[in-house]
Design a protein around this ligand. Structure first.
Ligand code: AP5
Length: 216
């Protein structure tokens, strides 16, 4: 297996999903979002979905073994020479170590970690205005990226919804969880020399250009 991967790391609302969508639309990268995979599992009512739902509603992390199981299944089902953009994974030191161990066994390479940096007020503004298509998953923002017709997806005509974990209270908890449980990864990847910092607080196109510029 010669899988290559780049991690998009950042607080809630930093723009990980938005950057991954833009980059994957333009090139060979495949988007792997553990948040999207978990939401699919919740909608499908699978065992994983039932195990994850409560943690997600509270803005807490889903247990590492559940996440690793999902990611391993996805990698095993994909092409052996795929290039992945990991969005929201790994999210704990334990997940990072387990990823290293799995990649070490399989000859896969984690080539870079792009840290998308935004201040808290930008994250809160983005998440309070985020709307997502319930049918195709396309993401909008009421101010920064509004749909052509209010409440309706440009791409498929589906209805736009607010994510349940985008309430102000849960956003606050997710921000704290990021700093308590995920921010330790910054030093971990910095020490390994694979971390690049990107100011992700500016306009979407400028941030996409910065991400493209730093991809291996
Ligand atoms: P997940 O879905 O990964 O949520 P998150 O990390 O909190 O990130 P978000 O999706 O909220 O934000 P984003 O950075 O992708 O921003 P986006 O591009 O959408 O995870 C959800 C939950 O699942 C977690 O809380 C946890 O419970 C669980 N989970 C997931 N992975 C896990 C793991 N590995 N381990 C354990 N648990 C896990 O942008 C936000 C808004 O801003 C959009 O409206 C967008 O249009 C707008 N926007 C984006 N960029 C810009 C820009 N540059 N300028 C203007 N507007 C912008």
């Amino acid at each position: 297996m010669s899988i290559r991967a780049v991690v998009l790391l950042g607080a809630p609302g930093a723009g990980k999903g938005t950057m991954a969508e833009a980059v994957c639309a333009a090139g060979p990268w495949m988007h792997l979002s553990t948040g999207d995979m978990l939401r699919d599992a919740v909608r499908a009512g699978t065992e994983v979905g039932r195990a994850a739902a409560r943690a997600m509603e509270r803005g807490a992390l889903v247990p590492d073994d559940v996440i690793l199981g999902l990611v391993n299944d996805r990698l095993a089902a994909g092409p052996a020479d795929a290039q992945y953009l990991f969005d929201g994974f790994p999210r704990t030191l334990e997940q990072a170590r387990m990823l290293d161990a799995a990649f070490g066994r399989d000859g896969a390479r984690l080539e870079r970690v792009l840290l998308l940096e935004v201040p808290r007020e930008v994250s809160e503004m983005r998440l309070s205005g985020r709307r997502v298509c319930g049918a195709c998953g396309a993401t909008y923002h009421l101010i920064n990226l509004p749909p052509r017709a209010p409440g309706v997806c440009d791409r498929c005509g589906g209805r736009l919804e607010q994510r349940p974990d985008d309430s102000p209270e849960t956003v606050g908890r997710r921000w704290d969880v990021f700093h308590r449980q995920t921010a330790g990864l910054i030093a971990y990847y910095e020490q390994r020399g694979v971390l690049a910092r990107i100011d992700a607080s500016g306009a979407r196109d400028r941030t996409v250009a910065a991400v493209l510029d730093r991809l291996p």
